[in-house]
Design a protein around this ligand. Structure first.
Ligand SMILES: Cc1cc2nc3c(=O)[nH]c(=O)nc-3n(C[C@H](O)[C@H](O)[C@H](O)COP(=O)(O)OP(=O)(O)OC[C@H]3O[C@@H](n4cnc5c(N)ncnc54)[C@H](O)[C@@H]3O)c2cc1C
Length: 392
């Protein structure tokens, strides 16, 4: 029987950050990192630009840690390996190769998967659902062969992909059910400005539109809209959100509809079992209530904090003000705070139209809930995080 002091399931950024943190406190404890993909964490904020950009980088260049780091830090890495069972009573996991691993402490960091639409034709060829680096690389390979594409979804991945495809000179239609892209983040006026900006860069927008289905035999030939439209295309990217990978712990107290519930120490009610990254449903004293983040910085911070708590004699609370970024053509955005609901009112400082440099303070009635920064100084963004008021 294989025994390890620490078992980390999921070799994405949260899992790798946890290994790093554990090693910083515990130089000798045995660590096993199990990951379904053929490589450990890829720098996702660089992934779309890195692979879809004009000088496409190989995946190896986008890895956050190389093999040498894992061997130097004595992390037993099992890649291309899925954990298929996880027993709370036995404190053991089973790997797809049949091995059972007993652990003292475990971290679940299995991330999320791309949501698939429940429509006809969703499995046709040349429809891409982007999650892993391999999937982005597969998309890159066909881009030189196609002239136009439909991108479905007006969230971060959808908008960024649309911009990269335009830069590669494809005709791009971006379909979103909102009245504008990023409709949870922007007010109507800024949303209209953003639509004009995208259109000015050649992205054809279909706003307030829903996907009805995909047509084709074996591979895609047409995208249908709910309003009866049909767009001829042989390439679609479907970016309609993600779902947490909780299959491993389904039918256990570590499962809930909204994520794997943990305490402010990122530990579950099962002592010694922690969760971090996209799957973790954690209490956020700053924003109020239980939250699940789906962003890079949060996954790094949670992975690191969970790792420290796993190895430390005394655990500490995870305190976090959400922050993430997005780059679209020549606009650099930073988002700080809570965007679970669209703002009911905003205050703008700066110049949206000419200089493309502004800050939106977003409110729910009179309560400040977040900031959107466009082409603003990094120091200003970090100050907003540090000074962000508690929401209670
Ligand atoms: C294309 C794309 C671009 C993005 N760009 C940005 C960005 O610019 N900025 C930003 O803030 N966020 C971005 N994100 C989101 C960000 O990447 C995620 O929030 C973050 O990577 C989550 O990290 P994680 O470690 O929790 O999960 P993941 O990175 O998803 O890693 C989890 C890993 O666990 C593996 N796994 C799952 N189940 C098992 C199992 N049973 N056994 C073994 N392994 C398993 C998965 O295969 C995966 O490799 C992007 C996401 C995507 C898909």
């Amino acid at each position: 029987m294989i025994r390890r002091d620490y078992l980390i399931v999921g070799a994405g950024v949260a899992g790798v950050a946890a290994c790093e943190a554990i090693r910083s406190l515990d130089k000798k404890g045995s660590i096993m990192l199990v990951g379904a993909e053929p490589h450990a964490a890829v720098n996702r904020p660089e992934l779309l630009g890195g692979i879809l950009g004009p000088k496409s980088s190989p995946i190896e260049k986008l890895l956050t840690h190389d093999d040498a780091w894992f061997s130097r830090n004595k992390v037993d890495v099992r890649l291309d390996t899925i954990a298929t069972q996880f027993s709370l009573e036995q404190r053991a996991a089973v790997l797809a190769n049949g091995q059972a691993v007993k652990f003292e402490k475990a971290l679940l960091a299995t991330g999320s998967r791309a949501r698939r639409p429940q429509v006809a034709g969703a499995n046709l060829g040349n429809i891409f659902y982007l999650r892993s680096a391999r999937e982005v690389a597969a998309l890159r390979e066909v881009l030189d062969l196609e002239k136009n594409a439909v991108v479905i979804g007006g969230g971060f991945v959808g908008v960024e992909v649309a911009a990269h495809l335009r830069k590669l000179k494809l005709g791009v239609t971006l379909m979103t059910r909102g009245q504008f892209a990023w409709s949870r983040y922007l007010d109507a006026e800024t949303g209209a400005w953003f639509s004009d900006y995208l259109a000015g860069n050649g992205v054809k927008l279909m706003l307030g539109e829903h996907l009805n289905g995909f047509e084709g035999r074996t591979y895609l030939q047409r995208v249908q809209t709910k309003s009866g439209g049909r767009i001829d295309t042989m390439l679609a990217v479907c970016a309609i959100g993600s779902e947490p990978n909780l299959q491993l712990v389904s039918a256990s107290p570590l499962w809930s509809q909204s994520g794997c519930p943990v305490t402010e120490r990122l530990e579950s009610d099962e002592l010694g079992i922690f969760a971090a990254g996209d799957i973790a449903l954690y209490p956020n004293a700053h924003m109020g209530g239980m939250r699940r983040e789906e962003h890079w910085d949060a996954a790094v911070a949670m992975g690191r904090h969970a790792g420290l708590n796993m190895a430390a004699k005394k655990m500490s609370k995870f305190e976090y003000v959400p922050w993430h970024q997005s780059r679209v053509f020549d606009l650099q955005f930073d988002f700080v705070g809570d965007f679970t609901r669209p703002p009911t009112r905003v205050e703008i400082e700066g110049d949206r139209n000419k200089k493309h440099r502004f800050v939106l303070a977003c409110y729910q009635l009179n309560k400040l809930t977040g900031y959107v920064f466009c082409n603003e100084d990094a120091k200003k963004v970090q100050k907003a995080r540090t000074d962000f008021p508690k929401m209670k």
